[in-house]
Design a protein around this ligand. Sequence first.
Ligand code: C5P
Length: 398
Amino acid sequence: MLNGKHIILGITGSIAAYKAAMLCRLLVKEGAEVRVIMTPLAKQFITPLTMATLSKHPILVEFFNPENGEWNSHVSLGEWADMLLIAPATANTIAKMTTGIADNLLLTTYLSARSKVAVAPAMDLDMYAHITTQQNLQTLAQRGVAIIEPAAGELASGLIGKGRMAEPEDIVEQVKAIFAEAEHRTLAGKRYIVTAGATIEPIDPVRYITNHSTGKMGYAIAEELARRGAEVKLISGRTTLPAPKGVERIDVLTAEDMYNAAVKEWNKADGAVMCAAVADYTPAVVADHKLKKSDSDMRIELKRTKDIAAALGANKGSRIFVGFALETDNEEANAEGKLQRKNFDFVVLNSLRDKGAGFAGDTNKVTLIDHTGSQEHPLMSKREVAAIIVDKIETLNS
Ligand code: C5P
């Protein structure tokens, strides 16, 4: 997983520096090439000899070698690195990183590094909890530095609380996750709309018309698009799901609200996935008071709603446009009709006749239909379905 990755392991002056030995060993074992930079104080906590032996390279501390004047170039180190991992990171180093102080080789390398940067804080609980440290960490996080959270437990001072550096095994896992995430950012810079969930069409202040959509499929697609780096606006009808990480959710109620939000966002988007179960009809008038029952039957007059997908499709241009078709009969023919009518690039067909497909549950069985043919997929989780849909979006994008 870390095979061939270039990692600079920065070690600062914390008692947790002894754990850097194990961390270095694990990184090397995973196939990474590791170069170690220590701050001058770090040498008091762990010997350069230990770290040089484990990393299989001389360690770096000073800007130059005092014996022969050889320059340790922070610029070429910064260029070499795929990741700068500072573990342990003291409050002092974290503070200097936020302000750009560059008084040792580790800090100048940080300022020169174009790679991903991660810090694993290690300090006493009060130092860690201090508003200054917390704000500094927040600043670094906002600038894209990954923060590997410290663990709670007994600290070197004898106090018990949060501040102990994460365990080397956990740090390695997070390093892997950071690389994995970075490498899937294939849609970075692209803006996508996803519509999801059920619309609600009020009859009166108490009753409404809706459907069985849970929003799970649309939410999984929004999450997958965001994971690959896209900026996602999730226009969501009723659902009980939380907004996925990194996704901006726009809550709407009726088909009309969803239409307005989608049309507005479409101007700024590079593509859309229309996953919402939108009401085709809505009460012609919404009573402003609760309708009373009587002995006779009642009729509610319904009028057509606007077709959101058709409206966006009419103004698609070269943008990527994906629709859904949930059918109970004549599936392929109906889906192909939608592909043409709404100007989709492809339609995700699911049939309510297939067990495990449709609204309920966490699985779906889909066929992707585009203008050249169709591709049937086996039953899989909605998350996996989201991945194959986004895979297809990526091929259209490139
Ligand atoms: O025509 P039908 O509703 O079956 O088409 C389904 C596709 O059209 C889905 O992608 C759905 O999200 C979208 N749609 C829409 N606005 C509507 C009705 C459907 O965006 N009013």
